[in-house]
Design a protein around this ligand. Structure first.
Ligand SMILES: [Zn+2]
Length: 119
């Protein structure tokens, strides 16, 4: 896989900064909905279960968002350390096409599928 050109790096950095901002914004905006459901709220049993269900989904989404935000921030740090674009596990180039789709990706495709197999 080819190393990134300066132009590609500049483009990916912009995507990462935009991704970080967007995730921060959405994460913040969803904070209220993720607050614990008040058990003495005057809502029926069914709607309370609905509310708890919805809240669990929202919390799972927020957790996924939080993880992605951490990856994006770590990727920006690797930019500062001039290590961006290399796989953090094996050091091979992650490749522009993969980074274009997922600028926060810390692993090359081989290491990524290995880590998914491990679970
Ligand atoms: Zn790798």
């Amino acid at each position: 896989m080819d190393a990134l050109t300066d132009e590609q790096r500049a483009c990916l950095r912009l995507s990462l900064v935009a991704l970080e901002r967007e995730l921060e914004r959405v994460h913040e905006a969803s904070a209220d909905g993720a607050a614990p459901v008040e058990l003495d709220q005057p809502i029926g049993r069914i709607s309370r279960m609905d509310a708890i269900q919805q809240q669990r989904m929202l919390q799972a989404n927020r957790a996924a968002m939080q993880r992605r935000l951490q990856l994006a921030r770590a990727a920006l740090r690797r930019f500062d350390e001039d290590e961006y674009g290399g796989c953090v596990a094996c050091g091979e180039d992650v490749g522009f096409r993969r980074l274009e789709a997922q600028p926060e990706a810390p692993l090359c495709i081989a290491c990524q599928s290995r880590s998914e197999q491990r679970g």
